[in-house]
Design a protein around this ligand. Structure first.
Ligand SMILES: Nc1ncnc2c1ncn2[C@@H]1O[C@H](COP(=O)(O)OP(=O)(O)OP(=O)(O)O)[C@@H](O)[C@H]1O
Ligand SMILES: [Mg+2]
Length: 318
């Protein structure tokens, strides 16, 4: 099995990149994999976390990229560190705050790009902007694009039920991870332990997130092994892109997304939470009409809020 290379990135600060990176590294290590976590951020939050928390056996590196030098230097450095780490471990996770001085080509080095985002309108809009600028990467027909996993983080319990989700549509193919809940206990784990060991809803949500990353990996590997035919549909993409010819090379490569609905509903804490709290048949009719897309609406035609709501009502698996 080849090394699984994961980039956790966003242009926004404070969205949870370092929390996700450190804890995902620990999660994979606990699964018995050899793991290196490379912290490319000046703050060094994720490397500090793993260095000071009880040793779980993750190899930790902290490299500051020469972003002020511009040109190709930053990505050459990043590539070098990544490839070195990949030669000796089964999983490499990189924590990086994206800036415009980083060439987008760097993303082609990775199997999975995780973009943490809160679900506030302002942050989803910023995330959509970031993805839009890198659409050429995720939809590349020339290079193998990384799988994109948009990961709602720091999600407040009340946001699972309210209508805060943005009207924003993401302009690229993506998979949606189950949300990681906001909790004081998560903050308290910094340098002390790991989210996967929390016995509360936040811990459970992180474990579901970890499972979804493993599932995304399995799907990508089986897809690359099977080289599926061109008929596969891309399930989750914005309507901006859904008018494009589905039989493009990138559509072939992204055929794993055809099972995303199963993945998301299977692993979604949001889904389970909603299924427990408000089953569709228990919802007031007005609320149901307001929050859900028409039952027969194709997933590809849904906006993010509609998708999340469809998912949260547990109807995607039907
Ligand atoms: N699930 C969560 N629940 C509560 N607080 C969280 C959660 N995830 C992250 N935080 C807190 O949010 C803040 C930012 O998190 P983190 O440092 O992981 O984000 P970041 O994107 O790496 O930030 P930066 O851009 O500064 O590197 C921290 O105080 C962290 O403890
Ligand atoms: Mg950070």
């Amino acid at each position: 099995m080849s090394t699984f290379k994961v980039l956790v990135t966003s242009q926004k600060g404070g969205v949870g990149k370092s929390t996700v990176s450190a804890n995902l590294a620990a999660y994979f290590r606990r699964q018995g994999q050899t793991v290196t976590m490379i912290d490319f951020d000046t703050h060094g939050s994720s490397s500090t976390w793993l260095t000071r928390a009880p040793n779980i056996g993750v190899v930790v590196q902290h490299h500051i990229l020469p972003l002020d030098q511009g040109g190709n230097r930053p990505i050459l450095d990043a590539r070098l560190h990544l490839r070195r780490a990949a030669s000796s471990t089964e999983v490499v996770i990189c924590d990086l705050t994206w800036t415009d001085s980083i060439a987008g080509e760097l993303m082609f080095e990775f199997d999975l790009v995780i973009v943490p985002t809160s679900v506030s309108e302002i942050e989803l809009a910023a995330t959509a902007g970031f993805l839009s600028r890198h659409r050429w990467v995720f939809d590349s027909a020339i290079h193998t694009p990384p799988t994109l996993l948009v990961s709602p983080t720091r999600v407040q319990p009340e946001q699972l039920q309210s209508d805060v989700f943005s009207k924003q549509r993401f302009p690229v193919s993506f998979m949606l991870a189950p949300p990681i809940l906001e909790a004081q206990t998560a903050r308290e784990m910094f340098e002390r332990g790991y989210l996967m060991d929390l016995q509360d809803a936040c811990g459970a949500s992180f474990n579901e997130f970890g499972k979804s990353v493993c599932a995304a990996r399995d799907m990508r590997e089986s897809m690359q092994g099977a080289r599926q035919p061109a008929t596969a549909n891309r399930v989750m993409r914005s309507t901006n892109f859904s008018s494009a010819n589905p039989a493009t090379a990138s559509a072939k490569r992204n055929s794993l997304l055809s099972t995303t609905s199963t993945l998301s509903s299977q692993y979604s804490i949001l889904g389970r939470h909603r299924m427990q709290k408000i089953r569709p048949d228990e919802m007031p009719a007005k609320q149901a009409a307001h929050t859900a897309a028409p039952p027969n609406a194709p997933i590809a035609a849904m906006s993010i809020p509609q998708f999340l709501k469809r998912m949260s009502m547990g109807v995607m698996s039907k």
